[in-house]
Design a protein around this ligand. Structure first.
Ligand SMILES: [Zn+2]
Length: 297
């Protein structure tokens, strides 16, 4: 099964990203209308569709497609899905819209970060501009029996929103919070290139705190209920910035910092560096690179 129920009206769908379980999730919200928040890589489209069908919904019936931001593990399958769900409206951050309508620059930037590996993510197809709408900060979306609030949430990327399901006080976090795989005991902050902003990421976490969420629905990965969770996320981001900042001050280059952080994370997890799960290694590489870029800006 790719779909599992995380609350009365919300399903988590495991997109089986690049063949890995419990790594990239999408969330399907079933009010009188149906909204899908995040949709995984284009190369995971079949797993996503299977998961949607498991909930009893036909993918063609989706009313709203809401990518939290335009990184390929969140938005990759959108163009394909918008063709399958021919009446669905796409809602996104104002700065995300142009990339959804014309993904060529986005694909270029992904190739510059990931090189040949980018091909594994699949191809992002364009969505017609008439079907894509930029949302205002705190815009509310009526699904009939449920209401969503869409919140501008920059930091991880300038084009990010998060989604509060009001009746359930459940927050779909996008990458405003750290990566926390069920199969790995250490959380990894999500601070990728090219535009991570530490100030904005902290400001977003403080903004989200004011909504008093009860449940956090995370793309990487799963539902979390924990008092003080967002305060912990603020601490983690500051710890990460200091860790990488101090390594740079010692004169380490990017490769050196990545090795240093991998050793530290592996130590915390009690495993050898070679035994770190592949998604964790990739996340460390990407997040260290983005933090270095931020610190040197
Ligand atoms: Zn992201």
């Amino acid at each position: 099964m790719n779909a599992s129920r995380v609350s009365k009206n919300i399903y988590l769908i495991d997109t089986l990203s690049l063949g890995f379980r419990e790594t990239v999730a999408a969330y399907l919200i079933l009010g009188d209308k149906y909204a899908l928040v995040d949709m995984g890589y284009a190369s995971s489209l079949e797993s996503l569709l299977k998961g949607i069908r498991e909930t009893g919904v036909n993918p063609s019936e989706l009313d709203y497609l809401i990518p939290t931001h335009v990184h390929l593990d969140h938005v990759g399958s959108l163009g394909h899905l918008s063709r399958i769900a021919g009446d669905a409206e796409v809602l996104a951050h104002p700065r995300a819209v142009k990339h959804i309508v014309n993904p060529s620059r986005l694909m270029e930037s992904v190739r510059s970060v990931f090189g040949e590996k980018a091909e594994l993510f699949g191809e992002l197809l364009p969505t017609e501009s008439g079907r894509v709408r930029a949302v205002n900060d705190y815009e509310r979306l009526d699904l009939g029996s449920l209401t969503l609030t869409l919140i501008h949430s920059p930091g991880h990327a300038p084009h990010q929103i998060t989604v509060l399901v009001e009746e359930e006080k459940a927050l779909i976090t996008g990458d405003a919070v750290s990566i926390d795989y069920p199969y790995f005991p250490v959380q990894i902050p999500t601070t990728p290139p090219p535009s991570y902003s530490h100030e904005e990421a902290l400001e977003t976490l403080r903004k989200l705190k004011r909504l008093n969420p009860r449940t956090y629905l995370r793309p990487h990965f799963g539902a979390k209920r924990q008092d003080g969770y967002l305060d912990q996320q603020i601490e983690l981001l500051n710890w990460w910035r200091d860790l990488i900042g101090k390594a740079l001050e010692k004169g380490m280059d990017r490769g050196g910092v990545i090795r240093h952080v991998m050793e530290m994370v592996a130590g915390k997890a009690g495993v050898e560096v070679e035994r770190l799960p592949t998604p964790v290694k990739v996340d460390i590489e990407v997040s260290v690179s983005g933090m270095i870029k931020y610190l040197q800006r």
